[in-house]
Each structure stands twice: as C-alpha cells, then as structure tokens.
Design a protein around this ligand. Structure first.
Ligand code: AVJ
Length: 319
C-alpha cells in the first residue's frame, strides 16, 4: 500500500509580501537585480526541467552519470542512515539512484515550488512503498529547519544540480555553515558542484539553441506581471548570459531593448536602453576551491567524483 506524503508547510507563498518587497528593493538597487529563486513558479520549474534535457546543458546528465557510477561508494560512506534530505528537490529524479542504493527509512524533499514538490514526492511515495516520504514547502535560502518527528539521528543531505552556485562564495560558505549546524554530527552532505571550464562550453549551456533558457529567464517578467500586477512588456527585454571569468561565474541578465519603465508596487522604475536586470549568478569552482570553502564552513571533504571530461563534480562532505 502506498503511504501518504507527510506535508510540512514552512512557506512563504505567492501572497507573501516578500516577493513584492524583494522585487521593489531589487529594482531600486544599482545594478538592478532579481533573485533567481523566483524563477521557480510552476511554469519556471517546468522550463527548468526542459533546460536539463537540452544538449548544451551538460550539468544534469553529467551529474546523473557521476551519481550512477558512484552509488555503491556513496551508500558505503553514508552507512545505515535513516534519513535522506533533498534540498531543491524539483522533479526528484536523481535522488532515486540514492534511494535505491541507500534504502533509507525516511526521505524529506524541500522545495520552493509547491505543486512540483507535491507531485514529485507523491510519485516517490508511490514508487517506493517502503519509504516514509516527507515534503517541506520552504525557501531554504531563507530559513531551513527539519520538521518535528523527522530529525533525530544522523542524516545525509543531498544538494544536487550545482544549486550552491546561485550563492556567491561568501554566501555559499554561510549557507553551508548553516547546514552544518543543522545536521547532527556524523551526517553527510552530498553536493553537486559545476566545475570551472572553457567559456565556450559554459556560455553554450546558458544560451541553448532552442531558447529554453531564454524563456526561463523571461518567465520572471511574466511572474512580475501576473502575480504582482507589474506593468511591463516582456517583449521589451532579451535574455543575456555570459561567463564572468574573473568571478568564475555565469551571469544571467534581462536586457532592456529600449528606454522603458517597469511600474510595480505604486512606483515607476526606469530602465535605459541596454540596461539590465541581473537575474542569476551561477558560480563555478575547482575541486580544491570548493573543498576549501566547505572546510571553512565546518565540513570535512571525504570523497569527490568527477566525469572523465572534468565538467562536473560531486562531493561527499562529513559534518
Ligand atoms: C539550478 C541554479 C544550478 O545555474 O545552472 C539553468 C539554473 N539557470 N540555466 C544553473 C539555471 C539557467 C541552474 N541551477
């Protein structure tokens, strides 16, 4: 018999004023910026799933290949842990490899997109009847806690996809330090981190020929219009993604094609032609650079796997 998903609501939904507040302060900033976490409404999460299958976007399939080859070693390192926590679970595909190898008693998925979280955890509960499935609807970049009855004892946290790259290094370190405090001693963190590489490969991955990444970026403007009542013309902007080599990061922007205003929250924000809204940083690391950062956050680097072309890395860190 399939178990029901135990749902824990820690969100901050669309009616929460924080979305509007964040947008207002982001549009007031110089340069103007919007947080990438707002990409992930239902439509944005579905677009992200399509990004993951684009030929230029090597991250997802490479991470899956690395995980598939390392599951036995990962299960060995993790030991008989009873809880697997997935941060930013999205469609929860990669975690299936881990569930099958580790056979934990409980799984906890955390995601900012409510429908996606519910659908994917329901599928997991249906496919793994032996697994106790929990879902936390939360913005883990803001606040993360393990719900009552789920925590206790060591755990393995899984943070795939190089989502850590959305934080700049100083913020990534602070986020990992917070995770380190949250996880009981002896817990593990399995984290996917995209590697520094030639700019052509990086820039292609964020400028796919089919235009899915562009649609994903532009979807943010539709959210502003549909959910915050912003007056703006999405067609007045174009997707821009480039590698900022000195900072080892891909930057995504929405570039204003002409002088125009975005009217939101009772204010007009003026954009010059060519001015951009900075929508995402996706930081890239060397293996050593990321290990040093993890160590500063309190973790002990224990194992690391990469693919033969050294495109992507998966680290196992001990808490
Ligand atoms: C989910 C944040 C890791 O930075 O590669 C994909 C998001 N943005 N294409 C990334 C994303 C544009 C993705 N992360």
């Amino acid at each position: 018999m399939t178990q029901a998903v135990r749902f824990h609501d820690q969100h901050v939904d669309d009616a929460d004023p924080s979305f509007l507040d964040d947008v207002m302060s982001g549009l007031s900033a110089r340069p103007k910026a919007l947080s990438p976490k707002y990409f992930y409404d239902r439509r944005g999460s579905a677009l992200f799933e399509r990004i993951c299958t684009q030929p230029e976007y090597y991250l997802t399939r490479t991470e899956e290949q690395i995980l598939a080859a390392a599951t036995a070693e990962i299960a060995e390192l993790a030991g008989p842990e009873s809880l697997l926590v997935e941060l930013g679970s999205g469609a929860s595909r990669k975690v299936r490899l881990l569930l099958e190898a580790m056979q934990p008693a409980r799984y906890l998925g955390v995601d900012i997109s409510r429908e996606f979280l519910l659908e994917s955890t329901r599928r997991l509960a249906a496919d793994y009847p032996w697994l106790e499935v929990h879902a936390v609807w939360a913005d883990f970049s803001r606040r993360l806690s393990l719900p009552q009855g789920v925590s206790g004892g060591r755990a393995v946290a899984f943070f795939p996809g190089s989502s850590i790259g959305n934080f700049e290094p100083v913020a990534a370190e602070a986020f990992l330090a917070g995770l380190h405090r949250l996880l009981p001693k002896g817990s593990g963190l399995l984290i996917g981190v995209d590697l520094i590489k030639h700019r052509d490969i990086l820039e292609a991955a964020y400028n796919d020929a089919a235009g899915v990444t562009a649609a994903f970026n532009l979807n943010l403007l539709k959210r502003l219009r549909d959910e915050l009542g912003a007056e703006l013309v999405p067609a007045g902007f174009r997707h821009l993604a480039f590698y900022h080599e000195a900072a080892s990061r891909i930057e995504m922007h929405l570039e204003s094609l002409r002088e125009q205003a975005i009217r939101v929250g009772g204010r007009d924000f003026m954009l010059a032609a060519g001015e951009t809204l900075h929508t995402e940083n996706s930081c890239k690391y060397s293996v050593e650079g990321f290990q040093a950062l993890a160590q500063r956050a309190g973790f002990a680097p224990t194992a690391v796997w990469t693919d033969p072309q050294a495109l992507f890395s998966v680290h196992y860190l001990l808490s």
